[in-house]
Design a protein around this ligand. Structure first.
Ligand code: AMP
Ligand code: ZN
Length: 510
């Protein structure tokens, strides 16, 4: 089967053909998070859609070599203008954590040293990896085998310096009066092709806010920073242009080249990465390698909205996986909620949507359990096997996931399993049906997502200390206090039962 995939570069849906069609190996670079905070579910919408694309490729026989960077330096608060202005996001995180520590609002278990930005980065990186695992992102199991697949820019500085040096040598970059190295966009006529930004638009500063001082020293206002000497930057390295730090864009160009080669098959990100980040990546990479392509297919996910606006950290209107799990949502339902709208449309996050997703998964899981425990006496049809090919065909139509879910749900509906799924009537004779369900879930990744992860993501020590405090209150006959603590547990999505063996707790789905 062939995958039809929309390519943001050509603005067309194309048949996907990898660089090496014989090998059936796909190289896939996904722009990952900047680890200055917990990733929110908007970020995860972009990462999970990349995961769904990867799983679709795997289900039609490709092996996918995926790399996702974890940015730990050089992503500035004003990077939308491509000048490296503002503050380094990691330094902002260090300041925020230091203030929280001083005011006592930092949770006790956060023993990270806020004065060390790399420790802060690793703290959020490991939270990101835990969350990604809970959400069923396949790259996490690859990383358990090979850590290089989630590279940190701070480990690739010498490669970046080498790429900048090469760009200067080839006259695609220059050192300006302020000592910083800039990419000369006029030296690369294809600059603007991905985002549709013409030189005129860029010249008139349509990219966003501009720093007039920097604009004056650049050859062209659209030129972007590759290396910034700065003796005061918390994270800085020696370079031929003085002690300083790399531009955010050069990081991805460099890591992709080192880990996947000069040209990759697919490159993914959120829609805001198109400009300036990916536009700049193409310019740097093509000019450094001399190739006319950096990535053959560009895959961009539209934003997750909340109340009609972009979910973002700066607006404060975001939820993390942890927020939602503590309200009783399961990672499987969150995953389905984030992938079930087509990646090229905006998705709107609602709690009702989350509940619907959970209900959908429960129905699929009930059927899976029923199929495991029943002997086929009456049913001699094979709805799931019949659905499988149509399901994959739908996914191969530029990831038409709503169509695919419709096909699966229709097949599930053909079974009437009102009976208690736990009461089986003999050894399963539905092996082939189960295999078809499993193959569809190989793309969705929700039916078999372990429930333990829900427990893992809860703050178990907090739950246990609340239970203990409640037991103390009951022993002291402080009934109102005991009820208050029960309510607090309830708000965390925890139900408690008092029995002869003591108090037990379980998670409830709200
Ligand atoms: P950041 O950690 O800010 O670098 O963002 C990580 C990724 O999340 C980028 O690919 C962004 O494009 C993406 N992203 C940020 N906000 C959203 C959103 N509301 N919906 C979808 N993707 C987003
Ligand atoms: Zn990137």
């Amino acid at each position: 089967m062939q995958l039809q995939l929309y390519n943001s570069l050509t603005r067309k849906t194309e048949v996907f053909v990898p660089i090496d069609p014989e090998q059936r190996v796909v190289t896939f670079y996904s722009c990952g998070p900047t680890v200055y905070d917990f990733a929110h579910i908007g970020n995860f919408r972009a990462f999970l859609n990349a995961d769904v694309l990867r799983r679709t490729l795997e289900s039609i026989g490709y092996s996918v070599n995926q790399v996702m960077n974890i940015t730990d330096v050089g992503h500035m608060t004003d990077d939308d203008v491509a000048d490296g202005g503002g503050e380094d996001k990691m330094e902002v995180a260090s300041t925020r954590l230091a203030e929280a520590k001083k005011s006592g609002t930092l949770p006790k278990e956060t023993d990270v040293d806020p004065t060390d930005p790399l420790a802060v980065a690793e703290y959020y990186a490991s939270a990101f990896i835990d969350d990604s695992k809970a959400l069923g992102m396949k790259i996490v199991s690859d990383v358990e085998e090979n850590q290089d697949l989630m590279p940190r820019p701070t480990q690739y500085i010498s490669h970046m310096i080498e790429m900048v040096r090469l760009l200067i040598e080839k006259e695609h970059a220059y050192v300006a009066q302020d000592g910083a190295v800039y990419f000369d966009v006029q030296s690369f006529p294809a600059y603007g092709r991905l985002s549709g930004n013409t030189m005129e638009k860029l010249r008139s500063g349509e990219g966003g806010r501009v720093d007039m001082e920097t604009q004056k020293i650049k050859r062209n206002p659209a030129d972007f920073m590759l290396w910034k000497p700065d003796p005061n930057h918390l994270m800085r390295w020696e370079s031929p242009w003085g002690e300083g730090y790399p531009g955010w864009h050069i990081e991805c160009s460099s890591m992709a080249t080192v880990l996947l080669g000069d040209v990759v098959d697919i490159h993914s990100g959120g829609e805001d990465n198109i400009f300036p980040h990916h536009e700049c990546e193409i310019a740097q990479s093509c000019c450094a390698t001399g190739r006319d392509s950096f990535a053959n297919y560009w895959f961009h996910t539209r934003f997750l909205l909340v109340d009609g606006g972009k979910m973002s950290k700066s607006k404060g209107n975001f939820y993390t996986l942890r927020d939602l799990v503590s309200k009783g949502a399961t990672p499987a339902a969150i995953r389905l909620e984030l992938i079930r709208t087509h990646y090229r449309s905006n998705a709107n996050f609602t709690f009702q949507g989350l509940k619907d997703s959970q209900r959908q998964i429960d129905r699929w899981r009930r059927l899976a359990t029923w199929l495991c425990t029943h002997t086929d006496v009456k049913v001699n049809e094979t709805p799931l096997q019949d659905a499988l090919e149509r399901f994959i065909t739908s996914m191969c139509d530029d990831l038409n996931i709503a169509g695919a879910i419709g096909i699966l749900s229709e097949a599930v509906g053909l079974y009437s399993i009102d009976c208690n799924p736990d009461e089986g009537d003999g050894p399963s004779t539905f092996g082939d049906e189960l295999k078809a369900l499993h193959d569809m879930d190989a793309i969705l990744g929700v039916i078999e997502l372990e429930d333990e992860v829900c427990i893992k993501n809860l703050d178990v020590s907090k739950i246990e200390s609340l239970i203990e405090a409640r037991l103390d209150a009951r022993t002291n006959k402080e009934w109102a206090r005991a009820d208050e603590l029960r309510d607090e547990l309830c708000a965390l999505g925890i139900e408690i039962k008092d029995g002869p063996e003591g108090t037990s707790w379980s998670r409830v789905v709200q």
